[in-house]
Design a protein around this ligand. Structure first.
Ligand code: P5A
Length: 431
């Protein structure tokens, strides 16, 4: 991508209504534009990151055996009346009346709709277990939408639903998702902390939330320090669920089961939440299956959610400095930025194009900053948008046979010989 062709409207000034750093940076970096309270357009740079996150979530769901489908955003009220949640959900649910006077709603979650799909097609224990997911926009008319995409009214969620014969089998599905969640967040360069949680309007009696560590996070977490250094290849959900972790209002210093030396206190942001709620929806929505003895029993269900759009903000909260974003490579909108500081110099322009063509040919996600603007603006915009690897081409260095390489993750800068650049970057990206 050439910057001059792209749509990347960066801003110098901090928007006045943005309270937290990720919101400020997302607006300044031209990633989102508010369309109305809690509702955003995703501009090209923001969309690239959203898609990266979606891709990792999807891959880990598929690996864990979940099957993707796609349910609509608009639902009929009928199923919600049956489940009893039409009234319970209150003002958070956006209700719509269609031209024939039918009551519809913009889905805040999909337990009802998926249970109905399940019950229409599956009636035997032989077809279990099943785990179905989709990645779809939700709407919750939050009282106080704030913090940009972190607490939006319209937001993208990955939600899936497991169906099992009994509680024991359902706990196995729960544990598979638990493990998939930890892996998903680690792949995004985050440190996930899992905590026992309240079930709220989703229901049930077993639930965990997943927070990621970020200095600027809203919650204060108290947890066993072992949770910070998990090996994604070797995760035992039962062991993890037994480690101590609590948010501040649950933490009781006197009764804390672990020693002070093992206890860590950090700030976190909730990015995922999983629930086991047994037969709460299957009984009301008639999702019965025949067991091995020919008896009809309600199917046992769980639901699992990841805030895909919230993660964009959460990743920024966990990865930024005073100059801008520092994308972890796995979710970066581009892996490499080639920054030509002197766009009116023929040698600089030729060299940057040469590198650009090479990386494009090799399918590296690269952006070439070929804009005609001041050196100061180029450097500050590139710090702001935070592409992890940056090749900076200046007139004097180039004359001496060098360019600069900047690693935005640690801000280290080194000089590289012009002929070594492609190998150097290939090594960094492990091609
Ligand atoms: C689980 C999947 C559920 O809705 N039903 C289907 C269950 N859980 S939840 O905790 O309410 O939401 C799951 C995740 O969605 C994100 N999220 C939000 N993101 C942005 N703005 C919001 N207003 C918002 N509300 C929820 C969170 O990451 C949450 O963990």
């Amino acid at each position: 991508m050439k910057y001059s062709n792209f749509f990347l409207p960066t801003l110098k000034d901090v928007p006045s209504d943005a309270e937290i750093i990720s919101h400020k940076l997302m607006i300044r970096a031209g990633m989102i534009k508010q369309s109305s309270s809690g509702i955003y357009s995703w501009l090209p740079l923001g969309l690239l990151v959203l898609k990266k996150i979606e891709h990792i979530v999807r891959e880990e769901q598929n690996r864990a055996g979940a099957i993707e489908l796609l349910m609509p955003t608009i639902q009929s009220s009928d199923l919600w009346i049956k489940s009893g949640r039409y009234d319970d959900y209150g003002k958070e649910m956006l209700r719509i009346t269609d031209r024939s006077g039918r009551e519809m709603l913009y889905g805040p979650t999909n337990e009802e709709l998926i249970t109905d799909i399940f019950q229409s097609h599956i009636s035997s224990y032989k077809d279990l277990p099943k785990n179905l997911y989709h990645i779809q926009w939700k709407f919750r008319d939050e009282v106080r939408p704030r913090f940009g995409v972190m607490r939006g009214r319209e937001f993208l969620m990955k939600d899936n639903y497991s169906f099992d014969l009994n509680e024991e089998e359902a706990k196995k599905s729960y544990d598979i998702m638990f493990k998939a969640y930890i892996k998903t967040f680690i792949r995004m360069g985050l440190t996930p902390i899992s905590l026992r949680a309240e079930t709220g309007p989703i229901g049930g009696n077993l639930s965990h939330e997943f927070q990621i560590l970020a200095k600027t996070g809203e919650s204060t977490l108290y947890y066993d320090k072992k949770l910070e250094s998990l090996n994604p290849e070797n995760i035992d959900p039962n062991e993890l669920q037994s480690f101590y972790a609590a948010v501040d209002d649950q933490h009781d210093e006197k009764n804390c089961p672990i020693q002070k030396k093992d206890l860590k206190i950090s700030k976190g942001i909730e990015v995922g939440h999983i629930f086991y709620f047994g037969t709460k929806y299957s009984e009301k929505l008639n999702a019965y299956i025949q067991d091995q003895d020919g008896k009809n029993i309600p199917v046992h269900m769980g639901s699992y959610g990841i805030g895909v759009s919230r993660l964009v903000g959460a990743i920024i909260e966990a990865n930024h400095d005073e100059k801008g974003i520092q994308w972890p490579t796995s979710v970066a909108p581009f892996k490499l930025a080639i920054i030509n500081l002197m766009s009116d110099d023929q040698d600089c322009a030729t060299k940057s194009m040469e590198y650009y063509d090479y990386f494009m040919k090799n399918e590296i996600e690269v952006i070439l900053d070929d804009r005609i603007c001041s050196v100061g603006k180029k450097l500050s915009d590139n710090e702001l948008i935070g592409i992890p690897f940056q090749i900076i081409i200046g007139k004097r260095d180039l004359k001496n046979g060098f360019v600069e390489f900047k690693n935005r993750l640690n801000n280290k800068v080194e000089k590289i010989k012009v002929d070594d650049v492609t190998n150097f970057i290939n090594n960094k990206l492990k091609i």
